[in-house]
Design a protein around this ligand. Structure first.
Ligand code: ATP
Ligand code: MG
Length: 273
C-alpha cells in the first residue's frame, strides 16, 4: 500500500515547529495536583514519548489536551489556538485524536463499523441528508468505507474487518483502536499505552506500526511504560513524576538522567547510579 491518505502531508524529518503547546498547565483534583505547572511542546512530525511512573499524570495530560478536563491553570494551544474553551468534538475536528488506556470500542459492532463511526466526525452530512440519503451522502459513505478498509489494512487487521470487535484478540482490539483514532483524520495522534499487556514481540511490532504512522505524516504522542521500547521509537521524551515534568530531551539523554532513573525504578537517586 502506498499511502493511507493522499491528503496527508508527505512524511519527513520533524520540522521543529510546535504543533501543540502545553503551557504551564496545572490540574487539581481536590487537594491533589495531577498536573503541576507542566510545560512542553509537541513538534510537527515527531514521535514524542510521555513517560513516568504510575499516577504521574500522563493520562491526565491526554485528558486536558483533548478537552475532557479544563486545566485549573495554564492552557493548551494547538497550532497557536487555545483549546481551553473548546468542546471535545471541536478539538477532534481541529486534528487531535487519541486512544484509551482501557480499550473503548463498540464491542457489538464490527471492526469496520468501529472505524467508520470514528471517521464520521468529519462528515458534513446533516440530519435531513441522513433521512433522505442524498447522492452526496452516498458518496461520503462510500469514501468513509473506503478509508476504513484502508486503515484496517494499514494497522494489520484488514482480514478481520467483518468480525465483531468483541471477538478480536486483545492485540487486534488495540490495533483497531488506533485505526479508529486515525479515521478522524488527525494531525496529532495520542496513544495511551497502546502496547499494554503485549509480549515483547507484539510490542516490537506495534512500535514498528507507530513508526509507520509517523511516516505517513502524522505527529505522534506516545505513552508507554517500557523504557527500552520508548527509547527505540521516539525522537524526544518528556518525563512526568507526581504531576511535574522532571526531564525532557532526546532518548539518549533521558536514559542517563539520574532523576529519571530514580523516578522510574522507584529508587533513591543515590542508589540508581
Ligand atoms: N478523575 C479523577 N479524579 C481524581 N483524581 C484523579 C482523576 N484522574 C486522575 N486522578 C489522579 O491524578 C493522578 C494522575 O493520574 P493519571 O491517570 O494521569 O496517571 P498516569 O500517569 O496515567 O498513570 P498510569 O501509568 O497508572 O496510567 C493520580 O494521582 C490519579 O489518582
Ligand atoms: Mg495512564
Amino acid at each position: 500500500m502506498s499511502t493511507v491518505d493522499s491528503t496527508v502531508e508527505p512524511a519527513g524529518e520533524p520540522t521543529g515547529r510546535a504543533m501543540l503547546e502545553v503551557d504551564h498547565v496545572t490540574l487539581r483534583f481536590g487537594g491533589v495536583a495531577a498536573l503541576d505547572d507542566v510545560s512542553f511542546e509537541i513538534r510537527e512530525g515527531e514521535i514524542l514519548g510521555l513517560i513516568g511512573p504510575n499516577g504521574a499524570g500522563k493520562t491526565t495530560c491526554f485528558n486536558v489536551m483533548t478537552g475532557v478536563y479544563k486545566p485549573t491553570r495554564g492552557e493548551v494551544r494547538f497550532r497557536g489556538q487555545p483549546l481551553t474553551r473548546m468542546k471535545r468534538f471541536q478539538i477532534t475536528r481541529l486534528g487531535i485524536a487519541r486512544t484509551f488506556q482501557n480499550i473503548r470500542l463498540f464491542k457489538t459492532m464490527t471492526a469496520l463499523d468501529n472505524v467508520m463511526v470514528g471517521g464520521d466526525t468529519n462528515s458534513s452530512v446533516g440530519l435531513l441528508n441522513a433521512l433522505f440519503r442524498t447522492p452526496r451522502q452516498r458518496r461520503e459513505e462510500a469514501e468513509t468505507h473506503r478509508r476504513a478498509v484502508e486503515l484496517l489494512d494499514f494497522v494489520g487487521i484488514g482480514r478481520r474487518a467483518e468480525e465483531l470487535a468483541a471477538n478480536l484478540s486483545y492485540g487486534d482490539q488495540r490495533r483497531l483502536e488506533i485505526a479508529r483514532a486515525m479515521a478522524t483524520n488527525p494531525k496529532l495522534l495520542c496513544l495511551d499505552e497502546p502496547a499494554a499487556g503485549f509480549n515483547p514481540a507484539e510490542k516490537q511490532r506495534l512500535m514498528e506500526l507507530i513508526r509507520k504512522v509517523r511516516d505517513q505524516g502524522f505527529t505522534v504522542l506516545l505513552i508507554e511504560h517500557d523504557m527500552r521500547l520508548v527509547m527505540g521509537v521516539t525522537d524526544r521524551i518528556v518525563v512526568l513524576e507526581f504531576g511535574r515534568k522532571i526531564a525532557e530531551g532526546p532518548p539518549a539523554q533521558i536514559r542517563d538522567d539520574p532523576a529519571v532513573i530514580a523516578a522510574y525504578l522507584g529508587v533513591d537517586e543515590d542508589d540508581a547510579s
